[in-house]
Design a protein around this ligand. Sequence first.
Ligand code: FAD
Length: 472
Amino acid sequence: GAADYECEMVVLGGGPGGYSAAFRSADLGMKTIVVERFSKLGGVCLNVGCIPSKALLHNAAVIDEVKHLAANGIKFGEPEVDIDALRGFKEKVIGKLTTGLAGMAKARKVEFVRGIGRFIDPHHLEVQITTGEGKEVTGETKIIKFQKAIIAAGSSVFKLPFVPNDPRVVDSTGALELKSVPKRMLILGGGIIGLEMGTVYSTLGARLDVVEMLDGLMQGADRDLVKVWEKWNAHRFDNIMLKTKTVALEAKEDGIWATFEGENAPKEPQCYDLVLHATGRVPNGGKVGAENAGVIVTDRGFIPVDKQMRTNVPHIFAIGDLVGQPMLAHKAVHEAHVAAENAADHKAFFDARVIPGVAYTDPEVAWVGVTEDEAKKNGINYGKGVFPWAASGRAIANGRDEGFTKLIFDQDTKQIIGGAIVGPHAGDMIGEICLAIEMGCDAVDIGKTIHPHPTMGESIGMAAEVFKGVCT
Ligand code: FAD
């Protein structure tokens, strides 16, 4: 039959990848439709990811900061937490941003089709229309005929097979709902998402255990950075179980009982009021009927693309979490622009040299490019400049001098190839190192750049000076 909608560009998924792709496509003159099963644009990032987690982490960081002031002679009482109001604040933050997105879509005449999309052939998408806050189907279906498509359906939580269906066992989305604050909380998986949520719950009063199969928390970051984080956060944890697996979770009346196996496993099962499973995310590439359009999907659900974000089918592009690691919003946005520009017959390539990673914990841990542990492992001829914040006037004045800034240089060219920071606001600071790497800066460029004094940002210039041997 005839299609209900016709367009030059259909974008499947309304997350940071999808809405960025739709906006750029429209800006480049294409008649654009975005298909999203939920009522609002924003995807995981805005609704149940980056933004709500940071809204809660900000409040937690302020509470923690205030406690430190006692050492400076300023004492506050115990915080009184109105959890409903806190949840309300988080919802308000999300609302502001999603309303903004809706306005931006409207201004560009991007049409929003609300439903679950599925390719039926290389030029048609079928949409099961949804309603309400979630993704309840109405029974109605619509057909969209498109010339080009961008697949941006994101990723979902990976659920271990033995995870019981119980309100006391949550994934990151459930944890962000902040229903109550448990006494004892178990975090399955010592990655960024688990540790960020753990930080929030611990500041609000929970005692934490964390279990991680590998030999360290926060994989990907250099161990010297993680050590600083661990020392600062030791007070939150009863038990950090590395090289240990959770093998069973049993829901009982008095709590969720977890059984562990491995090097640091307690012999007896442990009882928790809340279990957060944060053991990774899986791509949604296999769930959108891509094969009906001839698009190759890997066994794991990723959609392979080239540097122009094209799938094996030239008029269909894919971006974001479902094209590969790292599953990060800023990567999705960049890929989105590349895909939309190529679809509009411009020539664009995803050629970022580096993609930064940040744990928004307290202190923050941020890194970009070659890490020192990686450089060692791969036998790269590197040199480093490290500036301890214990020598930073500003960090000392802030009462937060536990961190450091580290730059990694190619020993032959003296060009910067990586950098890492641990300390408050490390995530905001790492951008300068990203730019330096993209620009091909060497140690002299960075060291001779005048940074404002007194700031933690100075530590980046100082670290370059340390590498040059000027400031030791
Ligand atoms: P998504 O955001 O997953 O969006 C995909 C959208 O497609 C969803 O809205 C989904 O409903 C929709 N969809 C899927 N299938 C269909 C279909 N068949 N039909 C219609 N619609 C469909 N990243 C960072 O960079 N910084 C952070 O601080 C950060 N914090 C995070 C915290 C948490 C708790 C989590 C879970 C993730 C976090 N991330 C963070 C990761 C970030 O959220 C993702 O990398 C990002 O959202 C990926 O964007 P995307 O557009 O690829 O997909």
